[in-house]
Design a protein around this ligand. Structure first.
Ligand code: CTP
Ligand code: ZN
Length: 162
């Protein structure tokens, strides 16, 4: 089912087209305005010559406005998808090979994320000298450190351990 339609990302004559990719990942139906956080999560800033296309606040049927991120030559790991689900829970991950979508999945919100976010509490055991893997419980509206119980509701992308 296409929701790009005549006035969307792949729209008609009066619309700018975001090209199809050959092989890689299309992160579609990202909540409007979250595309740059998606890139932050994936650790992509263009400095390594990654081929990217980004659409922001394009019309969509499912969401009022959606963002879309296309990364050529890269398939996402489960860890990356897990964190992605925290800031873009409605997104669809499409794996593209040789121009065809060979896999499509909605992201699942995990119950916890391990080793991907770093606790903002400098006194937390996970940020000390002894290596303790960070663990965050996923709440309805944020994440909670399983060790010091610090809750983070906004700016989760900035906690990503890169
Ligand atoms: N896409 C792409 N390059 C390809 C194939 C697909 O960039 N070689 C993009 C499409 O533009 C679309 C997304 O990947 O944004 C999903 O493609 P597809 O499943 O063909 O589109 P829809 O049926 O509209 O997907 P959905 O039902 O998830 O909205
Ligand atoms: Zn903590």
């Amino acid at each position: 089912m296409s929701d790009d339609g005549a006035n969307g990302e792949t729209g008609g004559d009066h619309q700018l087209r975001v090209s199809k990719i050959r092989s890689g990942t299309v992160i579609d139906h990202v909540r409007g305005g979250q595309a740059l956080n998606v890139l932050a999560i994936l650790g992509i800033d263009g400095s390594e010559g990654e081929e990217l296309s980004i659409g922001m606040n394009v019309p969509s049927d499912r969401l009022a406005r959606k963002d879309i991120v296309k990364v050529e030559g890269r398939e996402l790991s489960q860890d990356e998808v897990d964190v992605l689900s925290l800031i873009a829970p409605e997104s669809t991950i499409n794996i593209v090979r040789d121009y065809d979508v060979i896999e499509k999945h909605r992201v699942d919100r995990p119950e916890l994320v391990e080793g991907v976010l770093s606790c903002p509490n400098s006194g937390c055991i996970t940020t000390g000298d002894e290596p303790v893997t960070s663990t965050f419980d996923v709440l309805e509206d944020g994440v909670r450190c399983a060790y010091c119980e610090t809750i983070v509701r906004t700016g989760i992308a900035s906690l990503i351990d890169t």
